[in-house]
Design a binder for this molecule. Structure first.
Ligand SMILES: [Zn+2]
Length: 230
């Protein structure tokens, strides 16, 4: 199974062959549908005009849940991604890369998790000495960087090399399961480098403006930040 979204995040339509059908669950030999993972919502869309209502990963397989279909193994299908939803995810996701880098640099805050949403996303940070004013400055800085723009690219790196790459310190490559031998590294030119299998915009100037909507205290040193994009 080929995950097309890893190589081309702007692929909105694709052709594929059905490899397995189990009730509503369809597998393909290749797919541009992003499965729900890493805090990013799955893609929706259609397979031969049948509605795709959910997409998930299952031990390296990608399962498309399709409503009322007549598909069978061997069928050729045309997949179409709900682009408005996906593009929002790409902007939200890339915003997290920029913001988390600035929060790391300026507040020493480490991101520990998050969940992207279509209207609002949240990120959890461990920040040793939280300072609201400093956070405000960091967001301002992130937005200036976004306005300026920077190219986003990726490469596939052997794990041994990624392990030794000092710029990947925030990613904690050692926490990625050992069976993953090739690490996808996402770079923002002149700004950041992280191991990530999500979908991103090709230039950070596509993100728009990050607006922090609320910040919650989640215990000592832990802050949950909510943001939206304008
Ligand atoms: Zn990412």
């Amino acid at each position: 199974m080929e995950a097309l979204y890893l190589k081309d995040c702007y692929l909105k339509e694709f052709g594929a062959e059905v490899t397995s059908v189990n009730g509503n669950e369809i597998e393909l030999d290749r797919t541009a549908f992003y499965p729900e993972s890493g805090g990013q919502l799955c893609d929706l869309g259609t397979l031969n005009n049948h509605e795709v209502v959910h997409v998930r990963k299952d031990k390296g397989r990608i399962i498309h849940e399709v409503k009322d279909h007549d598909l069978k193994a061997g069928d050729e299908v045309r997949g179409i991604i709900d682009w408005e939803r996906r593009y929002k995810m790409m902007r939200m996701h890339t915003a997290v890369h920029v913001l988390s880098k600035v929060v790391w640099e300026d507040l020493g805050g480490e991101i520990s998790g998050g969940q992207l949403g279509l209207e609002e996303s949240r990120d959890d940070y461990t920040i040793p000495e939280f300072d609201r004013e400093k956070l405000g400055q960091a967001v301002k800085k992130a937005n200036l960087l976004i306005d300026k723009g920077a190219e986003v690219s990726f490469e596939f790196m052997p794990r041994e090399r990624a392990d030794k790459e000092p710029d990947l310190i925030r990613t904690k490559v050692n926490l990625i399961p050992l069976f993953v031998k090739t690490i996808r590294v996402v770079k923002i030119k002149g700004l950041d480098m992280q191991a990530c299998a999500g979908t991103h915009v090709k230039n950070i100037n596509e993100i728009g403006r990050i607006v922090i909507t609320r910040a919650q205290n989640k215990g000592k040193n832990n802050r949950r930040l909510y943001f939206t994009l304008q």
